[in-house]
Ligand binder design. Structure first.
Ligand SMILES: Cc1ncc(COP(=O)(O)O)c(C=O)c1O
Length: 467
């Protein structure tokens, strides 16, 4: 049985006898919940030694509590707290998680296809990770075999050969990596150019470090390089699959971007959040393979495996990697090893590669089903044949709100483009993710979304007050 840490403090100067103080302390602990019904109390001898009092003092306190019905058992068989009243103040509930909405069919983007995970392989990876010797020190740069697995993953699935020019570090995911980059390389008040519409958690991570965001419009080729002012210290973008609109930045624009970065002395954050998921054409060269001197590449396990792993990676020039590790060292932070070890085990047994192949088979029919449903009802769809979401366009914020409300009334959760803007919204529509739902639930949810988008199932217009 675990030793109880009894919160007893005796005041030897007080007039109250020590036995009364002990009994009061134990009663208070039972009422507060730090002692529970069934807990075994220390023997009178042990408690007397612990408190530095004579054994008769403790026995007298226990006798009093026995008489009051708080304790049961004695002499050799152990002394137990019988039952304790429920704490007077119930434990406060944690704040609700803003992400999942229970009971709704989730067609929002960002959630991975956990249905495609081979659960036997998943269990084995966790078990093998648990068999490892517990780490005594924080691995600030990441668990070495995780970093090696990522290096191999980037070579095989993203065509990136990391060599002396760049270093792979583990991260806790994209958002925290962006925060670390800002803390290590930028100063509060510095300006960073960001796609608009764009990934609001990247914006949030930068704002949290005091960074001034400069919204840059996005066109059919992604971030508009010509609109980036020369005073920015960094540029954030999603060149493989612009989030949320879904375009791919062509090679000429990629070259123009890294040349601009070199000219103005800025670095580029390449958020490759779903770069592994491309179904039509071969991927274009990563920005970091064009310019490892000015690009920091970010990847994540959140889209290809599970958000809950809290695992990502960062590839950057050695001096950037050193600055990040120094920042972690000085703040006592760093990516937690458990998820990294699981990914390393999945990679070591070929399960990561098998899973990616499965995802690449699983996603295209899901996408086709959703796109056919939308186009079949005359809805305009944007976005490359990649990733795990598409965008259906709408004409106004009001239309967006109506579609979201109508779908919600039928049990389907949708995500509007309005909330993905930094400034005044310029694009309206719905970003539809097709990875989260079990495959069997997708056709029904897609049908409801398509009908709502086509205006067949309208939410009532809000009633305007008379002027
Ligand atoms: C654009 C973008 N980047 C990154 C991520 C993943 O972030 P993280 O690694 O912090 O889970 C997402 C997930 O939705 C995303 O949409």
């Amino acid at each position: 049985m675990a030793e109880l840490d009894l919160p007893l403090i005796l005041d030897r100067t007080a007039a109250r006898p020590l036995a009364v103080q002990i009994a009061d302390g134990l009663r208070a602990a039972a009422v507060a919940g730090s002692l529970r019904g069934g807990d075994r109390l220390p023997s009178s001898r042990a408690l007397a030694t612990q408190l530095g009092v004579s054994r008769t003092v403790v026995t007298s306190a226990y006798d009093q509590l026995h008489a009051e019905g708080w304790l049961s058992g004695r002499h050799g068989s152990g002394t137990y707290l019988t039952a304790a009243p429920a704490p007077a103040r119930p434990h406060p509930a944690p704040p609700p998680d803003p992400d999942p909405v229970a009971g709704l069919l989730d067609l929002t983007p960002g959630t991975p296809c956990v249905e495609a995970i081979d659960r036997a392989a998943w269990r084995r990876a966790w078990r093998l990770a648990g068999d490892r010797t517990p780490l005594m020190y924080k691995a600030r740069a990441g668990v070495p075999d995780f970093c090696a697995a990522v290096t191999d993953h980037l070579l095989r699935h993203r065509g990136l050969a990391t060599d002396g020019d760049s270093v792979v570090l583990a991260t806790s995911g994209t958002g925290s990596a962006i925060g670390e980059l800002a803390a290590a390389l930028l100063r509060p008040g510095d300006a960073v150019a960001m796609e608009d519409p764009g990934y609001q958690r990247a914006a949030g991570a930068l704002r949290a470090e005091g960074i001034r965001l400069v919204p840059i419009p996005v066109d059919a080729d992604g971030l508009r390089i010509d609109a980036i002012p020369s005073d920015v210290k960094a540029v954030y973008c999603t060149p493989a699959h612009q989030f949320p609109l879904g375009s791919r930045m062509p090679a000429t624009r990629r070259i123009a971007l890294v040349e601009l970065a070199r000219r103005i002395g800025a670095f580029v954050i390449e958020d490759d959040y779903d770069g592994e998921l491309r179904y039509d054409t071969a991927p274009l060269p990563l920005l970091i393979s064009l310019a490892p001197d000015v690009v920091v590449h970010l990847g994540t396990a959140s889209k290809i495996l599970s958000t809950g792993l809290g695992v990502g990676w960062l590839v950057a020039a050695p001096q950037v990697a050193r600055a990040i590790v120094a920042h972690r060292e000085s703040t006592g932070t760093g990516p937690a090893p458990a998820g990294q070890q699981v990914v390393a085990e999945l990679a070591a047994h070929g399960d990561l590669a098998r899973h990616l192949r499965r995802l690449r088979r699983e996603m295209p029919p899901r996408r086709a089903l959703l796109v056919d449903e939308l186009r079949g009802r005359g809805v305009r769809v944007l976005g490359d044949d990649a990733g795990s979401h598409v965008v259906a366009t709408l004409g106004s914020a009001a239309a967006e709100a109506r579609v979201i409300a109508a779908a919600r009334a039928q049990g389907v959760l949708l995500d509007g483009l309005t909330r993905h803007h930094l400034g005044t919204p310029s694009r309206y529509g719905i970003a539809l993710g097709y990875a989260a739902l079990p495959r069997a639930a997708l056709p029904g949810a897609a049908r409801i979304a398509a009908r709502c988008l086509a205006g067949i199932d309208r939410a009532p217009r809000p009633i305007r007050a008379a002027p």
